[in-house]
Design a protein around this ligand. Structure first.
Ligand code: 5AD
Ligand code: SF4
Length: 456
């Protein structure tokens, strides 16, 4: 990382982030590096001299959004010739110089592994050496991120505990762009958690493509349950969350750890992807539906009330109508609190891109819509069952200006609102759930509802 304050000379920079929480954390690192190099962060591209896009390529529509936005910036750059346009992240890693072909007005393409070189690359572009493409294949190092202390303001600190993925699910481009799994040594994770706590963050969200295989590359090996224990012991730590879990590595030991550690929240995101074993096999997921369900049964029995969410893909190549019905049946039986449901999107270079028997587009659209509708009904029923119960809301923000409401999450990761103002932000408030509005819980502080009950 460069720390020469002369480099940016107070130039304005706008960072636009697409995709997952990993990218949000990467954008915080970009922001930290560029502020360290003398740039000033601004909220809109229009006010910025340097525009950085931190991109995603997990599905085609994510990419099309970025190329669409890049297209809009062509005329903007013609009007303001000094503007520098830098495209980074997963799409940059995947497409490399092809980004310049589609959007020749781009000044810099930097892949995920070139992240830490960004300030130097921008300097070169400013010195007239652009356009530049830097897409190293060698995975970026797992460095201490304590120095990259700029975080999104608020209550939640994103902390990346590992990067990359070894799983090569047949549809997924992530291992191709993010490289193999690398775990951050536990002492660096703890150092980061301590600094987030010292900076007043009330929740740490541990990130990795597959946190359950954390530590397999460390010597001595420290598994994810042990890491959770260490984080749980940090003085002053608030809530602890993590994502994403892979069902094949979701161990009984992890379930016991979630059940026993007081700061670890009762929510697990466990992507199922499909309900038919033959589709799971062809996706290279490494589990059957029965194995998945038995892991969930174990989780639900040891962590009562645990919030459970998932990811599902509709229309994977070769998915027959009866395979699809198995996914429907899995959603009906498992009854997730929420599910992200995606239309299958072919990603170049993946194993699935070489499969024939593509599902016709209109069938994918229909199956996707059916699953969405089904899950909506289940989510509504499940959230309705929370009314009358006691819970705890960590207040994160004012809900809407002048609404008199604040908003946050319950421990099982439902959104809840309650009356109050910004003085409540960062407080964990015991509440009773008194109603539901669409997918948002309406809560009242417990003392308040106790008073109401006593008076009625
Ligand atoms: N098509 C559709 N969905 C995908 N996902 C990953 N790759 C694809 C793809 N090619 C989904 C998976 C994963 C989530 C992050 O994105 O469900 O869990
Ligand atoms: Fe992609 Fe599978 Fe790795 Fe998740 S576990 S990032 S879906 S390859």
């Amino acid at each position: 990382m460069t720390s020469n304050k002369e480099e940016g000379r107070g130039d304005t920079v706008h960072i636009a982030t697409y995709g997952c929480q990993m990218n949000r954390r990467d954008s915080e690192i970009i922001s930290s590096m560029l502020v360290g190099a003398g740039y000033r962060i601004v909220d809109s591209a229009e006010e910025a001299r340097v525009i950085v896009f931190n991109t995603c390529c997990v599905r085609e529509n994510a990419e099309e959004r970025v190329y669409g936005r890049l297209g809009q910036l062509k005329s903007f750059k013609e009007l303001r010739p000094g503007t520098i346009l830098a495209v980074g992240g997963c799409m940059a890693q995947k497409d490399g110089a092809a980004v310049l072909k589609r959007a020749p007005w781009t000044d810099l393409v930097f892949g995920v592994h070139a992240l830490y070189a960004l300030p130097d690359l921008l300097e070169k572009v400013r010195a007239g050496q652009g356009p530049l493409v830097s897409v190293p294949e060698h995975p970026r190092p797992m460095v201490s991120q304590s120095g990259f202390c700029r975080r999104e303001p608020g209550v939640r600190a994103w902390i990346s505990v590992m990067e990359g993925c070894n799983n090569f699910c047949a549809y997924c481009v992530v291992p191709h762009v993010r490289g193999p799994e690398r775990s951050k040594p536990p002492e660096l994770v703890i150092e980061e958690v301590r600094s987030a706590v010292a900076d007043g963050y009330k929740e740490v969200f541990l990130l990795g493509q597959n946190v359950n295989s954390y530590g397999a590359d460390l010597a001595p090996r420290t598994g994810f349950p042990k890491l959770l224990e260490l984080v749980n012991e940090v003085d002053g730590v608030g809530r602890i969350r993590f994502t994403t879990s892979h069902p094949k590595d979701f161990s009984p030991e992890l379930v016991d750890t979630i059940a026993s550690l007081d700061h670890v929240c009762e929510h697990v995101h466990l992507p199922l992807q499909a309900g038919a074993d033959r589709v799971l096999e062809s996706m290279n997921r490494g589990y059957t539906l029965d194995e998945y369900v038995s892991r969930i049964e174990m989780l639900r029995s040891k962590v009562p009330g645990v919030g459970l969410t998932t990811d599902i893909i509709a229309g994977f190549p070769g998915e027959t109508e009866s395979d699809f019905q198995r996914t429907v049946c899995a959603l009906e039986t498992i009854r997730y609190d929420g599910a992200y449901i995606f239309k299958y999107s072919t990603r170049p270079g993946t194993a699935a891109s070489r499969l024939d028997r593509a599902v016709p587009h209109e069938t994918v659209v229909r199956r996707h819509a059916e699953l969405l509708e089904l899950q909506k009904t289940i989510s509504k029923e499940k959230i309705g069952a929370a009314v009358g119960k006691e819970d705890e809301v960590l207040v994160e923000e004012v809900s809407r200006r002048d609404s008199g409401l604040v908003k946050g999450h319950t421990r099982d990761y439902r959104v809840a609102v309650l009356e109050g103002d910004d003085s409540l932000i960062g407080k964990a408030i015991p509440v009773r759930i008194v109603g539901v509005d669409k997918f948002t819980l309406q809560a009242e502080p417990l003392q308040c509802s106790a008073v109401l009950t006593a008076g009625s």
